[in-house]
Ligand binder design. Structure first.
Ligand SMILES: [Zn+2]
Ligand SMILES: [Zn+2]
Length: 436
């Protein structure tokens, strides 16, 4: 008969055994945290590193939009402080729980399985942390991770020879996504996401501002002045024979040029912001940004040409009186311009594909064709993150380079220093070195 005292002692002993150095063949310290043999100390070191990096990442991410809204640095920091703390807590918790789960699983089972190296620990970390993050940001994270996971699965399938490398696959994917998203945006059938709606309106619903001229930005003044001149010129020579379905004020040609110029400007602004954010405030990275100006020009040209093409085709198709399919057809054909985008363009196409898929899913729920999957966002985030981190740890050559750089930054180069040979061995043999 075991007494209550003995039970508590046994529990404490088991709990202690989870955090003292391993005595079995392949300890987690060798595979996961070579910087310190003790799991608890390595865990606390990792926690401190990740928390500092997470605060840096989220401060840059949330502060930049505030500064763009002409807020002072003090006001910007004051507005973003709660969000930075909350998101940093999410990211830190995710990293720490993933690492802790790795060590706990290793000690519980006494050996490694391929799935316990990164997949299950990461899934546990995701489940434990996602609810810390703000509700609307959970969806953004889930969609981003889903696009990454799809890319990893695709790369795995190509690497194993299961499917061929699809040439131009990203163009077809973007064209399809563009058709769906343009259709939803024009018909206002379903609200997919605030940021996406904002982006679509900026690119496709170009209007002249009602503010006094002196309150407008210089680029806006130049754009509107050029378009007004063009409109006068065109109406002086041609009779504008536009369809009743065209809702724009100027002629179809002037509206197309206006939308194209607007897309070019917004494409440049968004890209600059994204690149500044991904540079993490590093001066060297910002300098590299200017060195890659040909890429910058190609992306901006694509955004401008895409916006102009959608509205031009819509104006043309309005005359054909095929109202129902006009936005989708314009979106699909204009999506082919994705060929202008510099490599690698796959991640962008995958992101918009995930958004289009989300739109279709929401529409089907709205029309009561299917029922909403309970905890869909949490499940999507958990599964996608587990696939991505598993790929990053076990098959890093298949991982998107920008995400590899992010993991390296977040973990203070610990990710790069993982013993790949040992991980390969675990993956090949599913090492069982219990009590060697
Ligand atoms: Zn450990
Ligand atoms: Zn028109």
């Amino acid at each position: 008969m075991i007494t209550a005292q003995e039970k508590i002692a046994c529990l404490l002993k088991t709990a202690r055994s989870l955090f003292v150095p391993g005595v079995y063949g392949l300890p987690c310290s060798k595979l996961w945290h070579p910087e310190h043999p003790r799991c608890d100390i390595a865990g606390f070191q990792f926690l401190s590193v990740c928390s500092v990096k997470a605060v840096k990442i989220y401060t840059a991410l949330y502060l930049l939009p505030q500064l763009l809204k002409h807020k002072s640095l003090y006001e910007g920091l004051k507005n973003t402080f709660p969000g930075v703390i909350r998101s940093s807590a999410f990211l830190t918790c995710h990293c720490y729980v993933t690492c802790a789960a790795h060590c706990v699983l290793r000690r519980l089972f006494g050996h490694y399985r391929a799935i316990t190296v990164a997949f299950i620990p990461s899934a546990i970390g995701s489940l434990a942390s996602i609810n810390i993050e703000k509700y609307h940001r959970r969806e953004i994270l889930a969609i981003y991770m889903a696009s990454l996971a799809l890319e990893c699965l695709y790369e795995m399938a190509v690497y194993r020879g299961l499917i061929p490398q699809l040439k131009g696959g990203e163009i077809a994917l973007f064209s399809l996504s563009s058709a769906v998203l343009t259709h939803f945006h024009r018909n206002k059938e379903v609200k997919i996401n605030d940021t996406l709606d904002w982006l679509m309106s900026k690119l496709l619903d170009c209007k002249h501002q009602d503010k006094p001229v002196q309150d407008k930005y210089l680029v806006t003044r130049i754009r509107e002045g050029l378009v007004d001149q063009l409109d006068k010129l065109v109406s002086g020579y041609f009779t504008c024979n536009r369809s009743d379905l065209c809702k724009h004020e100027k002629s179809c040609l002037a509206h197309t040029v206006d939308t194209g110029l607007n897309g070019l400007i917004w494409g440049t602004i968004i890209q600059m912001c994204l690149r500044l954010l991904s540079s993490g405030g590093s001066l060297r990275q910002v300098m590299r940004l200017f060195a890659q100006r040909s890429d910058l020009a190609r992306v901006s040209s694509f955004v401008g040409a895409y916006s102009a093409s959608v509205v031009a085709l819509e104006c043309l198709l309005h005359k054909a009186n095929i109202k129902e399919i006009t936005p989708a057809l314009s979106g699909a054909v204009s999506g082919l311009l994705f060929a202008i985008m510099p490599e690698p363009s796959g991640p962008v196409a995958l992101y918009f594909f995930c958004r289009a898929f989300q739109g279709v899913y929401k529409k089907l729920i709205q029309d009561e064709v299917i029922r909403e999957i309970p905890y869909d966002v949490v499940l999507l985030f958990t599964l996608s993150t587990a696939i991505t981190i598993h790929t990053g740890v076990c098959e890093p050559h298949l991982m998107r380079p920008s995400y590899t750089a992010f993991l390296n930054y977040l973990t203070d180069q610990r990710y790069e220093q993982l013993d790949r040979q040992l991980i390969n061995e675990v993956m090949k043999n599913t090492v069982n070195r219990d009590k060697t």
